[in-house]
Design a protein around this ligand. Structure first.
Ligand SMILES: Cc1ncc(COP(=O)(O)O)c(C=O)c1O
Length: 453
């Protein structure tokens, strides 16, 4: 291990790698309530490196124009930048980014990507039920059959107890509207999705399985291989939520073997307002559109059905989040250049520090207690103190954590609580910050309850 290794660098607390990464984040150089900002809310949204901020500024100062529309030079340049950014994001996750084979749909966010997918499947189901399941409704040349997405009463959609509401709710609504039923994976005592139960949870009637690769509450990494294998055995499609995974570890959607995947730009050090739907190309070709409007249509008539564009444009109705997508292409490149293996090693060392709160009397960590097979997202309960009070107390010390249910109520109920506090680190988090957080947590119960156990 060299001194430049991020794990060594994180342990030795002021390593060159950590320092050089952190120096790229202007927002971190400030004090909050008289203390240096200790930003431990990266799972909610990551801070942005200078290169991403500058890319968005450069887009507006030099390139701004609608994409895939005009023939003037600026419009062509912005289209080029937009498509280059799509290809960079495809490369980051191992998807196909070649022109004419694109597997990445650009959306306004992860939640938007999930709703787009669930609505498209709902439309395919409705069309088929009404006897108008037209292959041409999906694509110009009738490639692929949307009937393969159609859900029927008695079919099953499988999610998990650890899902973010943005996975749970669109698929719960889809089930309700199609007569399918919703089933779910339970979690073990550490909040890990019970993939060992795949053979029983996923059954012959299962058509869709939507699960998260990394929980935004427990930080646990799901063992998705048995889930995907079993889903494909019964002919079900697998949707992976990669929101909390893409910024923290190398991801290859082909190696994972999922059919669809979703994630957001703002959690991977990019801008807000942009997200992604990955779909295997032949699936995107067969999937009907769910949003309608400009640029997603090839031929529109008053007296007969429209003929839609090929993917990915078929799913990108209206003016796209161009500046955000372009800047997020820079974020994708930046992550690749930093090396996601190094990032993961750095964050493992930070996780080990954060988890030391589990040794403090009255603190319960909701999630795995060791740094392996998890990311640096640590939710915790402080016995006798409301999470909002925990958050405010830490804020007075300049430490930013998230409090509440983190848009994941079922997993909180599984732990017997309605809400928790959550510290989540990123590539810029230093070991000193993690230690400062642990010291601060030691003071919470004495402050509120006067106890010194
Ligand atoms: C695991 C997970 N999935 C989905 C989402 C939704 O992402 P967004 O709010 O960016 O659409 C989040 C956001 O917190 C998340 O953590």
């Amino acid at each position: 291990m060299s001194r430049d290794d991020p794990a060594v660098s994180a342990r030795s607390s002021s390593g060159a790698w950590t320092r050089s990464v952190r120096a790229q984040f202007p927002i971190l150089v400030q004090t909050v309530n008289g203390h240096p900002l200790d930003y431990l809310d990266t799972a909610a949204t990551a801070q942005k490196p200078e290169c991403v901020i500058e890319a968005e500024r450069q887009f507006y100062t030099r390139l701004n124009a609608g994409v895939h529309r005009g023939t003037h030079t600026l419009a062509m340049r912005s289209t080029l930048a937009y498509e280059k950014a799509r290809a960079r994001v495809a490369h980051l996750v191992g998807a196909d980014g070649r022109e004419g084979h694109e597997e990445i749909v650009i959306t306004p966010g992860c939640t938007a990507a999930l709703n787009l997918l669930a609505t498209s499947i709902g439309y395919a189901s409705l069309d088929c039920r009404q006897g108008r399941c037209r292959p041409d409704a999906a694509s110009r040349d009738g490639r692929g059959d949307p009937a393969r997405f159609a859900l029927h009463p008695g079919d099953e959609i499988v999610v998990s107890q650890a899902e973010h509401h943005s996975v749970l709710l669109p698929f719960q609504e889809l089930a309700a509207r199609t007569g399918a039923s919703l089933r779910w994976f339970g979690t073990d005592s550490e909040g890990r999705i019970r993939s060992d139960t795949a053979d029983t949870v996923i059954a012959r009637k299962t058509r869709i399985v939507a699960v998260t690769l990394v929980s935004n509450v427990t930080g646990a990494i799901t063992d998705v291989a048995p889930i995907i294998e079993r889903a494909h055995e019964v002919g079900a499609l697998v949707v992976l939520d990669l929101c909390q995974a893409v910024p923290h570890m190398p991801i290859d959607v082909k190696k994972l073997g999922c059919d669809f995947a979703v994630w957001s730009g703002h959690k991977m050090y990019g801008p807000t307002g942009v997200g992604y739907l990955y779909g295997r190309r032949e699936l995107l070709e067969a999937l009907p559109p769910a949003w309608f409007g400009g640029e997603m249509v090839d031929l529109a008539y008053l007296d007969r059905p429209a003929v839609y564009e090929q993917p990915p444009l078929r799913f990108e109705a209206g003016t796209q989040p161009v500046a955000q997508a372009v800047a997020n292409g820079v974020a994708a490149q930046w992550l690749e250049n930093l090396d996601l293996e190094k990032i993961a090693a750095h964050e493992r060392a930070i996780t080990a520090e954060l988890l030391k709160i589990a040794d403090i009397p009255g603190i319960r960590v909701l999630g795995p207690l060791t740094a392996d097979r998890r990311v640096a997202t640590v939710s915790f309960e402080v016995e006798g103190v409301h999470p909002h009070d925990v958050g405010q107390y830490l804020d007075t010390l300049g430490i930013a954590v998230r409090t509440g249910h983190h848009c994941a109520q079922p997993i909180h109920r599984r732990f017997g609580v309605e809400a928790s506090s959550r510290a989540s680190a990123g590539v810029y988090t230093t070991v000193e910050e993690a230690r400062r957080f642990v010291e601060a947590v030691k003071g919470i119960r004495p402050y509120f309850l006067g106890t010194r156990d």
